[in-house]
Every structure is written in C-alpha cells, then in structure tokens.
Design a protein. Structure first.
Lengths: 353, 310
C-alpha cells in the first residue's frame, strides 16, 4: 500500500534549564493510506511529542530536531519553512486534541471555529463555507446544527465538544488525521460513541489516522497496526493481532499484563514496576532493562536493534537475538500466544492437548 | 438583561445617595467657611450673606434642602464664582476634561495593549524587555513629573506644542492627554502581556495553530479577546485613575477643566462646587463601572448577563 507519511530516525530534544531532554531518540515508522496506526505507551514515552513534531506544534524556541526526517508528500517536514507548514496544518494533516473542554476557543462561536480552516485553505465563499460547516457538524452528530452553529463552546457537553473538534479536524478532508488521546478526557459511554464516530468517518473520507493512546482497549477497537513506544523509542511494531497475541518485547508483555481482563481470575491487576526513564540522562542500553525481569547483561550496555519477527512485525529486544537464552513470557501472555498461528506456543484447536 | 440593568440602576442611585450624604457631612467638618474669604464684611453683612446662601440654618436642615435640590438636578450656587450655578460651571468645564480623559483612555489602552501583545509574542527578547521597561516607567513616574518633563522638552525646548492652556484647539490637548495616558498605558501593557502569555499556552491556541493559522491570526483572532477579559475588569479603576490624575495634570497645564476647578474650589472652601464636582466624578465612575460590566459580557460569552433566575 501507498505510504503517505514516513518518519525516519527522528530525534528530537527539548532544551530546558536542567539540560537537554532527549524526548525522541530515533523513531521510525510509516503510515499507509487509509490505515489506523495506534501509538501506545505510558506517559512520557514520547508519543505525543512524536505527533506534535510531525505537525511542528512544539515551541520552536525550546525544541530542536537533532536528526531524521518526516517525509510527507515528497517534503521533509522537519526542514519546511513555517509559512509552508501553515499550508499543511489543518489542510493535509490535522489533529484532534485530548481535552475537549480546553481545546475550543471559549469566546468564538463554534461554527466560526469549524469554518476557519475551510476559509483559510480553500477558495470558497463564506456562504459555501457555512454550508460545509453545517454539513460537517451534522456528520459528527451535532443535532440542530443550523441553530447550534452560532453557539459558544460552553453551551455544549464534553462529548459534543469533542465532536466539534473532530469536525474542525475533518474540515478540509486531511490526508492524515492525528488523534492525540481523543477519548482520554471523556467518560466511558461517550468514549465508545466517539470511537464509533471516528471509525465511521474513516470509512467515509478515507483518511489515515495516527491514534495515540495509553488505553489498549481502545487500540484493539480502532487500530490496524500498533507501535509501542518506550523511553522515546518504538520498541515494538506490528499488526493489532501480532501485538496483542504474539508480543515479543518485555515492555509489551508488561503493558498487556496490566490490562484489566474479565477472563482471567487474577486477584490483583499487574503493574509494571519502577518508573519511566529519565530522558535528561537516558540509559545507555535498553531503556526498559532496569524495570524488566527479563533483562540480559547486554541490555545494560547496548541498545537493541529492531529484530524482524514477520513482514509486518518488528521488536527491539535482545531476546530475539539468535544467541539469546529462551525465556518464558508471563503466563497470561502465553495464554494469548496460544491462539496466534505462528507463535511458538500456538496450539491448533482440538489438537494435541 | 433588562432586569439586570434595572437592578444595577437602583444600586447606582443608592450609591450616589450614600456618596452625597457622606461628602456633605465630611465637608462640614472642614475648617473655615465658604465665606471666610469675604473678610471685608462686618457682622451684619456676613449674616445677610449667610442667610442668602442658607448656611445659617442647622446642618440637618441644610442637608435636607441640598438633597431636595439634588433630586431635582440642582447642584446649588457657587460661593466663589458669584451668581453662577454649579450646574453651569460643570457644564462649561466638562468638555476639556472629557476630551482629555477620553483621549488618554483610548490612546493609553490601545498603545498599552499593542505593547503587551508584542511583549508576549516576543517573550524574553529585546522587545519584551523594552516594553516592560516602558511600562514600569509609566507605573512608577507620577503623572505630574511626566507632565512637567513633557512641558519642558516638547513645549519649552523644542517648541512643538503649546506649554499649557486651552486655546490652541486639539494641539492643546496632546501633551496633557499623553501625560494622563501613561498610567492606563503601563497598566494595560502589563496586564495584556501576562494574560497573553497565559492564553498563548492554552490548548485552543495550539488547535488554532493546528488549523494552519498564522501568528497574526493567532494573536488577534484567537488570543486577544480572551486576554482582554481581565483587562476590562481593571478598566474601571483605570478610569478612576484618570479622574484623579486629571486633577493634577489639568492644574499643571492650566486647563480650565473640572479637575482644575475642583482643586480651586477646595482651596476656597466652595462647598457647593466641591459637592457638585464630587458627585459628578462619582456619577462618572459609577457609569464607567457599569459600562465595564456590560462590556465584560460582550467580550466573554460565558458571562452574558441576566437578572438572576427567570
């Protein structure tokens, strides 16, 4: 499939009073046309920074691209002048933010906010833009859009505001839609509605979505492929099935084990021990080694490269090296792997039990 | 909205009543009397004058008479400007004061807001420090010092504008307006800078940027209106500052405005004029604060006014 966006060896640092924080330390991934790529990871893993850097929304004064490329439409976004970047933002690539309560301008009617990118990027009359705006509001499920068009954000509920934010993002039919934890600030029933809406819209407008979340339940629901981020790097990437049923990286094991499940009869929910690495002084080898019970000696000395598991599945862990000792993943992970054809624990149904 | 305005009007009248009462009795405690300067009068002549102005009656009766006249819009007769009613005096002196105040307010807030925006957009650069320095100067230098400096350099040394008086049309109003504007200018610059920095870091500004808006659109279409909200709140006190500032500045530039008259009426114990001017200033302030409250609702749709529960 056609690659619409390619991120290659991206490195980005923030300059702070304490020193240089290496927030992204060599991230590479592709986004294909029409697919949904989920980026998961805990707070501080660099998932939001990665996507904000694609749109160049990070403060120019304190952030700096150290290395790498972001290729979109034959252009390297890391080197594009701000003026050209403005033509891409909102038109080719747009973004949905985490907190709908704060992401709309409180002193501007919502219709005007939805209309803004249309008027900015497309040569249309005001009347036409208004028409498109009302259509968009209807599409995202705002009832009575002709009247509510003139209302202000505080006159809408959180879920409705997120629908409006989605309408803004879709205003110019972007090629890439970045959703930065779009459901995190919403309650569970509204979450489900917003996810349904996003799936519907993707079918209608055929856009590629980068979906950032720390909620694996959401990932299973929306994503085609998943990239797991840790400590400013992607540690494992694969299709949803590969990540959920044949995970290779100990961090992915930890993430999956800490997901509440109705099937397993465990008393306590698993939590990954320790805290995320300090990216002011990033660890030398595998950033997860200090929190991992599967860490090898080499993990502390040298960062692992990406090992290929299948055509679509890669993981950065020394455990995949031919010389590495064979380790047993946690029991719950083995349970998962048993259902995945191609994993070493795969059991055919009704087979040799 | 109508209910709200009605309620506010009642409170405004109540406030005016309290101010009138307090000023009236406070003034009675001032040493001296309005006719103390009529020193060529003998006892019986003095008694005739006192009777004429009604200050021979007991204080409560004087108060009742004054309030009755006030209710009819009559501010009494001046003791010093013989035969002139205070209403006429204020009317003839209102224009210069109003022009100065309005020019200072408009000039001060607009320049202040622009300086504040520049400072916020170019945070921690030469522009920011420059405008901060300017604002601190404006806050810390009293208007009379600034007025004298302007008179010395612009008028006396460079001969660009008149030193004082109100006889050269608009030109006469420029220097006093600038002197008066320094306060509101400095205040709005500081306020807008702080607010803009706060607003510019909010999520909806990032969203505006994500829509492809450029720096100008972000600052003026999205950020400014939100940053204005707190400034509008302090504009009432700023107007108050202009009123008190004008007392001094009008005196320095020898402008026949209300402030200048207020000062001279206090000097000469002209009770009726003091009362009249105080009430006029108070009414002005109360109306400004009322307008500010209405403006507040216009700028921020979240606080559109209503008269409570319907």
């Amino acid at each position: 499939m056609e690659k619409i966006l390619q991120v290659k060896d991206l490195e980005l640092s923030f300059h702070t009073f304490a020193g240089e924080v290496k927030a992204i330390r060599g991230v590479s991934f592709d986004l294909k046309k029409g697919e949904t790529l989920a980026i998961v990871g805990e707070s501080g893993s660099g998932k939001s920074v990665t996507t904000k850097s694609i749109m160049r929304l990070l403060p120019e004064s304190s952030s700096e691209f150290k290395n790498g490329q972001i290729l979109f439409d034959n252009k390297d976004l890391t080197k594009l002048p701000e003026r050209d970047m403005q033509k891409i933002r909102g038109k080719e690539i747009s973004m949905i933010f985490q907190d709908p309560m704060t992401s709309l301008n409180p002193t501007m009617p919502i219709g005007k906010q939805v209309m803004e990118p249309i008027l900015k990027h497309q040569k249309v009359s005001k009347a036409k833009a208004k028409e498109v705006t009302i259509e968009l509001l209807k599409m995202v499920g705002i009832p009575n859009a002709e009247v509510r068009y003139k209302m202000y954000p505080h006159q809408f509920s959180g879920g409705q505001r997120q629908r409006i934010v989605i309408a803004i993002a879709l205003a110019c039919n972007p090629k890439v839609l970045i959703a930065d934890e779009p459901t995190t600030a919403l309650d569970v029933t509204i979450q489900a509605q917003i996810l349904e809406l996003m799936k519907d819209i993707q079918k209608k407008v055929d856009t590629s979505i980068i979906f950032i979340t720390h909620d694996l339940g959401v990932v299973a629901n929306v994503a085609d492929r998943v990239a797991v981020m840790y400590g400013g790097r992607i540690v494992e990437v694969g299709t949803v099935d590969e990540i959920f049923y044949n995970p290779q990286h100990p961090y992915t094991w930890g993430l999956l084990s800490s997901m509440p499940s109705l099937d397993l009869e465990e008393e306590r929910l698993y939590a990954i021990p320790g805290t995320p690495p300090d990216l002011l002084n990033p660890p030398v080898g595998d950033a997860f080694a200090l929190r991992s019970e599967y860490a090898l000696k080499i993990d502390l000395e040298q960062a692992p490269p990406m090992f290929q598991v299948s055509d679509t599945h890669y993981a950065a862990t020394w455990l995949l090296h031919p010389n590495a000792p064979k380790v047993e993943p946690p029991a719950s992970i083995i349970e998962r792997m048993k259902t995945f054809p191609g994993s070493r624990y795969y059991e055919t149904k009704g087979g040799n039990v | 909205m109508v209910k709200y305005v009605g309620k506010r009007l009642i409170y405004m009248f109540l406030t005016m009543f309290l101010i009138a009462t307090a000023t009236f009795f406070l003034m009675q405690t001032l040493p001296g009397s309005p006719i103390a300067s009529y020193n060529k009068l003998n006892e019986s002549q003095r008694a005739i004058v006192e009777k004429k102005y009604g200050i021979d009656k007991p204080k409560p009766v004087q108060y009742a008479i004054y309030m009755k006249n006030l209710a009819q819009g009559d501010l009494g007769t001046s003791f010093v400007f013989k035969g002139k009613s205070v209403n006429d005096l204020l009317a003839s002196r209102f224009k210069p004061s109003f022009i100065l105040g309005a020019q200072a307010m408009v000039f001060g807030t607009i320049i202040g807001i622009l300086l504040g925006i520049i400072a916020a957009l170019r945070q921690n650069t030469f522009w920011d420090y420059g405008s901060t320095f300017f604002a601190i100067l404006g806050i810390s230098i009293p208007s009379f010092v600034f007025a004298s400096l302007l008179q010395y350099w612009v008028a006396s040394e460079w001969h660009l504008l008149p030193v004082g008086l109100w006889n050269d049309g608009w030109k006469s109003s420029i220097l006093p307006s600038i002197a008066l504007a320094m306060g509101p200018l400095a205040l709005s610059a500081r306020f807008i800078r702080t607010e803009m920095i706060e607003v510019l870091s909010s999520d909806y500004i990032t969203l505006a940027k994500a829509k492809g808006a450029n720096g100008f659109e972000i600052a003026f279409k999205h950020a400014l209106r939100n940053a204005l909200i707190p400034l509008v709140t302090v504009l009432g006190p700023v107007a108050a500052g202009l009123v008190t500032g004008s007392l001094v500045v009008e005196q320095i530039f020898a402008i026949p405005g209300i402030g200048e008259q207020f000062v001279s009426s206090i000097m000469s114990n002209d009770h009726a004029t003091i009362m009249g001017t105080t009430l006029f200033f108070s009414a002005f302030l109360i109306v400004v604060i009322f307008i500010v409250d209405i403006l507040y609702g216009i700028i921020d749709p979240r606080i559109r006014l209503s008269g409570g529960k319907n």
